[in-house]
Write a protein that binds this ligand. Structure first.
Ligand code: SF4
Ligand code: SF4
Length: 217
């Protein structure tokens, strides 16, 4: 399902101190830093610059900017982001999803309603990192969190486990980390010792709730 982009960011140059935080959190790397020109008044020697075509309205820049130097504007003409799957080998999509442990029909990005199959298709179409997957599909431009691990799973299953962070010092993602799903055994249960080790944590109930939340199959 396409992501409809209704708003884009704007850098308010007079307020930008050049702290670079916005660049480090944008999931589609729509922001970069450049030198401030002499005709641009403002507090910093460097200034953030937006690539409007790559801004998919995640608003992480807007949320993190300590100087309120990012504004969000409604677009006169919203646009949709959706991968054109013409020419993509759908059998290869299914196979990649299965290798990654995420059935193709499972909704991975809940914010944009993007399935594992759409993410796998983007990887087969050349996406080599989470940012490129986002640019091709629009996924991970809402909460920017929940879908990251499955995207990394799919990239790893496609042979791109060592994808470098972009930007290298960005902190919009940290690499692969342990999740509850990885502790689930093939029969859909947890090991007894795990359940007993955390008696105050309702592991099994959490799992049932998670499966309900993310599964459509
Ligand atoms: S977070 Fe705000 S102040 Fe910092 S570089 Fe970005 S726009 Fe400028
Ligand atoms: S963080 Fe979101 S709103 Fe800000 S520039 Fe990047 S995509 Fe656009």
């Amino acid at each position: 399902m396409p992501k409809r982009v209704r708003m884009v960011a704007e850098v308010i140059g007079e307020r930008c101190t050049g702290c670079k935080l916005c660049v480090q959190v944008c999931p589609t790397v729509a922001l970069s830093m450049r030198d401030r020109r002499e005709d641009e008044p403002g507090p910093g020697r460097r200034i953030a610059e937006l690539d409007g075509d790559a801004c998919y309205n995640a608003q992480t820049c807007f949320e993190i900017c300590p100087e309120n130097a990012i504004a969000m504007h409604e677009l006169a003409e919203p646009f949709d982001v959706e991968l054109d799957r013409t020419g993509i080998d759908e059998a290869a999509v299914e196979a990649l999803c299965l290798r990654a442990g995420h059935p193709a029909s499972r909704t991975i990005c809940l914010c944009t309603d993007t399935t594992a199959g759409e993410l796998a298709a983007a990887i087969l179409a050349g996406a080599r990192g989470p940012e490129e997957v986002s640019l091709k599909t629009g996924a991970r431009t809402g909460c920017v969190e929940l879908c990251l691990q499955p995207i990394l799973d799919l990239l790893a299953a496609a042979g791109h486990a060592d994808v470098p962070k972009n930007p290298p010092n960005g902190f919009q993602w940290y690499g692969h980390s342990a999740t509850l799903f990885e502790q689930v055994r093939p029969d859909g249960t947890f090991a007894d010792e795990l359940v007993e080790a955390y008696p105050s944590y309702p592991l099994t109930r959490e799992l049932v709730d998670l499966v309900r939340l993310v599964s459509k199959e």
